[in-house]
Design a protein around this ligand. Structure first.
Ligand SMILES: [Zn+2]
Length: 265
């Protein structure tokens, strides 16, 4: 595989009561005076393509998990350049996702359309590789005729509106991913993705309203695709978003939920 992989290893750390109230690790005991060694989260991050500062975003996500005391090993695949169309070597093998607890898609290749290529990606997820999908992942393979990727994402989106500080309305305050998310919160400067379709297994967690049409659009959700869990958010355009502690908390909650480290709902 011609993959250009930068491996960043965080050592296995003693996880001392990372749970602050609303969630635990694999249902294990939790508490301030309780320390336990948990297995490091094995993450594969795919991050490249058009329009965003992926190095900054990657580091922000790594630091956010580290700050929560979550030990993780990261394999980072940054291939395909900064255009809107590429087929990366990672996906040459059907087993590309083997061994990972979580695959994070933060890539942006709207004009890649090859059906076999796309299905090698979605098939791995269908078989049980959990995922988080961020921002332009929703417009990746946008020009493809097949719907497999969109079904995997849990939403269909083909365009976005202008950057603004959008109010985020929590739809499901009981969901672990949204625990502690403040009411009346406004996003960092970001784009609003127009959601044309919400797929049947998608559960919307939060929405924002278009300043142009007044229509609500999902901005955070969960999905089930085959045997895998997916957490998605359409926010994530700007570096400002990746400096927003509220966003990073929800995003890393999404990592843990998708990886089965939060109680399922
Ligand atoms: Zn963007």
């Amino acid at each position: 595989m011609a993959a250009c992989m930068n491996r960043v290893f965080f050592s296995l750390v003693l996880l001392a009561s990372l749970a602050t109230g609303s969630f635990g690790q694999d249902g294990k005991a939790q508490g301030a005076d309780q320390a336990e060694q948990v297995e490091s989260l094995r993450i594969l991050l795919i991050t490249s393509g058009c329009c965003h500062d992926y190095d900054f975003q990657t580091r922000a996500m790594q630091l956010a998990l580290e700050k929560r005391g979550v030990s993780a090993t990261w394999d980072i695949v940054s291939e395909g350049g900064t255009g809107t169309s590429a087929q990366i070597g990672l996906y040459d093998k059907a087993t590309w996702a083997e061994g990972y607890d979580l695959v994070i898609h933060n890539e942006c290749f709207a004009n890649t359309t090859d059906a076999d290529y796309i299905r090698r990606i979605t098939d791995a997820h269908r078989q049980g590789v959990n995922a988080v999908v961020i921002h332009c992942a929703m417009h990746t393979y946008r020009s493809a005729e097949i719907d497999d990727w969109r079904q995997f994402l849990g939403v269909t989106s083909r365009r976005h509106e202008h950057k603004s500080h959008y109010p985020i309305e929590v739809v499901d305050a009981e969901h672990q991913i949204m625990a502690g998310f403040p009411s009346g919160y406004r996003s960092a400067l970001d784009e609003l993705y127009i959601i044309e379709k919400v797929w049947p297994k998608t559960k919307v967690l939060a929405t924002s309203v278009s300043e142009k049409t007044g229509e609500k659009h999902p901005v955070m959700w969960t999905n089930h695709f085959g045997k895998c869990r997916v957490f998605g958010t359409t926010y994530g355009h700007s570096n400002e978003t990746f400096q927003d502690e509220v966003f990073l908390k929800a995003l890393t909650n999404g990592f843990l939920w998708a990886a089965g480290r939060l109680e399922s709902k």
